[in-house]
Design a protein around this ligand. Structure first.
Ligand code: GTP
Ligand code: MG
Length: 206
Protein backbone atom coordinates (compact mmCIF):
# COMPACT_ATOMS: atom_id res chain seq x y z
CA UNK A 1 0.00 0.00 0.00
CA UNK A 2 1.21 3.51 -0.77
CA UNK A 3 0.44 6.47 1.45
CA UNK A 4 -1.11 8.92 -0.97
CA UNK A 5 -2.61 11.22 1.60
CA UNK A 6 -1.83 11.89 5.27
CA UNK A 7 -3.42 14.61 7.34
CA UNK A 8 -3.46 15.70 10.96
CA UNK A 9 -6.97 15.32 12.42
CA UNK A 10 -6.96 16.50 16.05
CA UNK A 11 -5.56 16.04 19.54
CA UNK A 12 -7.36 14.51 22.51
CA UNK A 13 -6.68 13.73 26.16
CA UNK A 14 -9.70 11.55 26.79
CA UNK A 15 -10.61 8.41 24.87
CA UNK A 16 -14.30 9.31 25.25
CA UNK A 17 -13.69 12.38 23.05
CA UNK A 18 -11.81 10.50 20.31
CA UNK A 19 -13.59 10.59 16.92
CA UNK A 20 -16.54 8.29 16.42
CA UNK A 21 -15.45 6.87 13.09
CA UNK A 22 -15.70 3.57 11.29
CA UNK A 23 -12.00 3.56 10.44
CA UNK A 24 -9.46 1.08 11.80
CA UNK A 25 -6.62 2.60 13.78
CA UNK A 26 -3.05 1.80 14.78
CA UNK A 27 -1.39 3.43 17.77
CA UNK A 28 2.33 4.03 18.29
CA UNK A 29 3.50 3.49 21.82
CA UNK A 30 6.85 3.05 23.53
CA UNK A 31 9.34 4.69 25.81
CA UNK A 32 9.77 8.41 25.58
CA UNK A 33 12.16 9.37 22.74
CA UNK A 34 12.06 5.90 21.11
CA UNK A 35 10.99 7.46 17.80
CA UNK A 36 7.17 7.16 17.65
CA UNK A 37 6.52 10.54 16.03
CA UNK A 38 9.48 10.11 13.65
CA UNK A 39 8.14 6.73 12.52
CA UNK A 40 4.74 8.26 11.75
CA UNK A 41 6.41 10.96 9.65
CA UNK A 42 8.49 8.38 7.81
CA UNK A 43 5.48 6.10 7.14
CA UNK A 44 3.52 9.10 5.87
CA UNK A 45 6.44 10.54 3.93
CA UNK A 46 5.65 13.84 5.58
CA UNK A 47 8.33 15.51 7.67
CA UNK A 48 6.76 17.64 10.39
CA UNK A 49 3.36 15.92 10.39
CA UNK A 50 3.87 14.54 13.92
CA UNK A 51 5.96 16.74 16.22
CA UNK A 52 9.35 15.22 17.06
CA UNK A 53 12.05 16.36 19.47
CA UNK A 54 15.44 15.28 20.76
CA UNK A 55 14.12 16.10 24.26
CA UNK A 56 12.05 13.24 25.72
CA UNK A 57 8.43 13.92 26.62
CA UNK A 58 7.53 15.85 23.46
CA UNK A 59 4.20 14.13 22.71
CA UNK A 60 1.82 14.52 25.67
CA UNK A 61 -1.57 13.93 24.11
CA UNK A 62 -3.41 11.47 21.83
CA UNK A 63 -2.83 12.72 18.27
CA UNK A 64 -4.82 11.50 15.29
CA UNK A 65 -3.70 11.35 11.67
CA UNK A 66 -5.89 10.08 8.84
CA UNK A 67 -4.19 8.12 6.08
CA UNK A 68 -5.59 7.70 2.56
CA UNK A 69 -8.92 8.93 3.96
CA UNK A 70 -9.50 5.42 5.30
CA UNK A 71 -7.49 4.57 8.44
CA UNK A 72 -5.92 6.33 11.42
CA UNK A 73 -2.43 6.45 12.84
CA UNK A 74 -2.35 7.56 16.47
CA UNK A 75 0.68 9.15 18.11
CA UNK A 76 0.78 8.61 21.87
CA UNK A 77 3.01 10.05 24.61
CA UNK A 78 5.96 7.94 25.69
CA UNK A 79 6.31 6.15 29.01
CA UNK A 80 9.28 6.02 31.35
CA UNK A 81 10.37 9.62 31.12
CA UNK A 82 12.57 9.86 34.21
CA UNK A 83 12.14 13.61 34.68
CA UNK A 84 8.35 13.62 34.74
CA UNK A 85 6.65 13.92 38.12
CA UNK A 86 4.72 11.11 39.78
CA UNK A 87 1.48 12.98 39.15
CA UNK A 88 2.29 13.28 35.45
CA UNK A 89 3.13 9.59 35.24
CA UNK A 90 -0.12 8.66 36.93
CA UNK A 91 -1.99 10.86 34.44
CA UNK A 92 -0.16 9.19 31.56
CA UNK A 93 -1.04 5.73 32.84
CA UNK A 94 -4.69 6.63 33.23
CA UNK A 95 -5.00 8.27 29.81
CA UNK A 96 -3.14 5.55 27.90
CA UNK A 97 -4.65 2.59 29.72
CA UNK A 98 -8.11 4.05 29.18
CA UNK A 99 -7.43 4.56 25.50
CA UNK A 100 -5.95 1.09 24.97
CA UNK A 101 -8.67 -0.73 26.89
CA UNK A 102 -11.67 1.13 25.49
CA UNK A 103 -10.94 2.18 21.93
CA UNK A 104 -12.88 -0.21 19.73
CA UNK A 105 -11.36 1.06 16.47
CA UNK A 106 -7.89 0.05 17.68
CA UNK A 107 -6.79 -2.83 15.45
CA UNK A 108 -3.21 -3.12 16.66
CA UNK A 109 -0.84 -1.36 19.00
CA UNK A 110 2.62 -0.84 17.55
CA UNK A 111 5.03 -1.07 20.43
CA UNK A 112 8.30 0.60 19.58
CA UNK A 113 11.58 -0.72 20.96
CA UNK A 114 14.96 1.01 20.61
CA UNK A 115 17.14 -1.45 18.67
CA UNK A 116 20.31 0.21 19.97
CA UNK A 117 19.98 -0.92 23.58
CA UNK A 118 19.52 -4.22 25.46
CA UNK A 119 16.01 -5.30 26.60
CA UNK A 120 14.49 -2.87 29.12
CA UNK A 121 12.28 -4.06 32.00
CA UNK A 122 9.81 -1.25 31.38
CA UNK A 123 9.19 -2.38 27.78
CA UNK A 124 8.76 -6.01 28.79
CA UNK A 125 6.36 -5.02 31.57
CA UNK A 126 4.31 -2.95 29.14
CA UNK A 127 4.15 -5.80 26.63
CA UNK A 128 3.00 -8.14 29.39
CA UNK A 129 0.33 -5.65 30.39
CA UNK A 130 -0.97 -5.62 26.79
CA UNK A 131 -1.01 -9.41 26.82
CA UNK A 132 -2.91 -9.56 30.11
CA UNK A 133 -5.55 -7.27 28.63
CA UNK A 134 -5.78 -9.12 25.31
CA UNK A 135 -4.80 -6.04 23.32
CA UNK A 136 -3.33 -7.08 19.95
CA UNK A 137 0.13 -5.69 19.30
CA UNK A 138 3.19 -5.97 17.07
CA UNK A 139 6.75 -4.91 17.84
CA UNK A 140 8.66 -2.30 15.84
CA UNK A 141 12.39 -1.95 16.47
CA UNK A 142 13.42 1.66 15.85
CA UNK A 143 16.67 3.49 15.14
CA UNK A 144 18.11 0.49 13.25
CA UNK A 145 20.26 2.85 11.18
CA UNK A 146 22.39 -0.19 10.31
CA UNK A 147 19.64 -2.82 10.11
CA UNK A 148 22.01 -5.74 9.46
CA UNK A 149 24.66 -4.50 11.91
CA UNK A 150 25.95 -6.82 14.63
CA UNK A 151 24.76 -4.71 17.58
CA UNK A 152 21.25 -4.36 16.13
CA UNK A 153 20.95 -8.10 15.50
CA UNK A 154 22.24 -8.96 18.99
CA UNK A 155 19.83 -6.54 20.72
CA UNK A 156 16.87 -7.89 18.73
CA UNK A 157 17.88 -11.47 19.52
CA UNK A 158 18.15 -10.63 23.24
CA UNK A 159 14.74 -9.00 23.14
CA UNK A 160 13.19 -12.08 21.52
CA UNK A 161 14.85 -14.28 24.16
CA UNK A 162 13.47 -12.09 26.94
CA UNK A 163 9.97 -12.35 25.46
CA UNK A 164 10.22 -16.12 25.13
CA UNK A 165 10.50 -16.31 28.92
CA UNK A 166 6.86 -15.27 29.27
CA UNK A 167 5.34 -15.81 25.81
CA UNK A 168 4.74 -19.11 23.96
CA UNK A 169 4.78 -17.45 20.56
CA UNK A 170 6.27 -14.20 19.38
CA UNK A 171 4.28 -11.36 17.80
CA UNK A 172 5.01 -9.91 14.34
CA UNK A 173 8.16 -7.82 14.42
CA UNK A 174 9.49 -5.07 12.16
CA UNK A 175 12.91 -3.45 11.98
CA UNK A 176 12.98 0.23 11.01
CA UNK A 177 15.03 3.39 10.78
CA UNK A 178 13.19 6.65 10.29
CA UNK A 179 16.56 8.35 9.72
CA UNK A 180 17.64 5.96 6.99
CA UNK A 181 14.09 5.47 5.69
CA UNK A 182 14.21 1.74 6.20
CA UNK A 183 11.45 -0.75 6.93
CA UNK A 184 8.11 0.95 6.33
CA UNK A 185 7.04 -1.23 3.38
CA UNK A 186 6.43 -4.31 5.55
CA UNK A 187 4.54 -2.22 8.10
CA UNK A 188 2.27 -0.81 5.40
CA UNK A 189 1.69 -4.29 4.02
CA UNK A 190 0.75 -5.48 7.51
CA UNK A 191 -1.68 -2.57 7.92
CA UNK A 192 -3.21 -3.25 4.50
CA UNK A 193 -4.01 -6.81 5.59
CA UNK A 194 -5.22 -5.74 9.04
CA UNK A 195 -7.53 -3.16 7.45
CA UNK A 196 -9.24 -6.01 5.58
CA UNK A 197 -9.87 -7.83 8.88
CA UNK A 198 -11.44 -4.76 10.47
CA UNK A 199 -15.12 -5.22 11.13
CA UNK A 200 -17.44 -2.32 11.83
CA UNK A 201 -19.69 -4.80 13.66
CA UNK A 202 -17.31 -4.61 16.63
CA UNK A 203 -17.97 -0.90 16.86
CA UNK A 204 -21.71 -1.33 17.16
CA UNK A 205 -21.60 -3.92 19.95
CA UNK A 206 -21.24 -2.68 23.48
P1 GTP B 1 8.21 11.42 22.76
O1 GTP B 1 7.06 12.02 21.99
O2 GTP B 1 9.00 12.44 23.51
O3 GTP B 1 7.81 10.27 23.60
O4 GTP B 1 9.29 10.85 21.69
P2 GTP B 1 9.05 9.99 20.37
O5 GTP B 1 9.05 8.55 20.72
O6 GTP B 1 7.90 10.50 19.58
O7 GTP B 1 10.42 10.25 19.59
P3 GTP B 1 10.70 11.28 18.38
O8 GTP B 1 10.13 10.75 17.10
O9 GTP B 1 10.35 12.65 18.79
O10 GTP B 1 12.28 11.10 18.25
C1 GTP B 1 13.15 11.26 19.36
C2 GTP B 1 14.58 11.46 18.89
O11 GTP B 1 15.04 10.28 18.23
C3 GTP B 1 14.72 12.59 17.86
O12 GTP B 1 15.94 13.29 18.14
C4 GTP B 1 14.81 11.86 16.54
O13 GTP B 1 15.55 12.55 15.55
C5 GTP B 1 15.52 10.56 16.94
N1 GTP B 1 15.21 9.46 16.01
C6 GTP B 1 13.97 9.06 15.62
N2 GTP B 1 14.06 8.04 14.74
C7 GTP B 1 15.36 7.79 14.56
C8 GTP B 1 16.11 6.84 13.77
O14 GTP B 1 15.57 6.03 13.01
N3 GTP B 1 17.46 6.85 13.89
C9 GTP B 1 18.11 7.73 14.71
N4 GTP B 1 19.44 7.66 14.78
N5 GTP B 1 17.45 8.65 15.47
C10 GTP B 1 16.10 8.69 15.39
MG1 MG C 1 6.44 11.83 20.08
Amino acid sequence: MDVKNAEYVATYVDVKKCPETFMPEYAMIGRSNVGKSSLINYICNHKGLAKTSSTPGKTQTINYFVINHSWHLVDLPGYGYAKSSQTKRAEWTKMIHNYLQNRKQLQYVFILIDSRIPPQALDLEFINWLGEHNIPFVIVFTKADKPGGKDTLINIEHFKNALTETWDSLPDMFVTSADRKYGKELILKFIEEANKEFSTKDLLSN
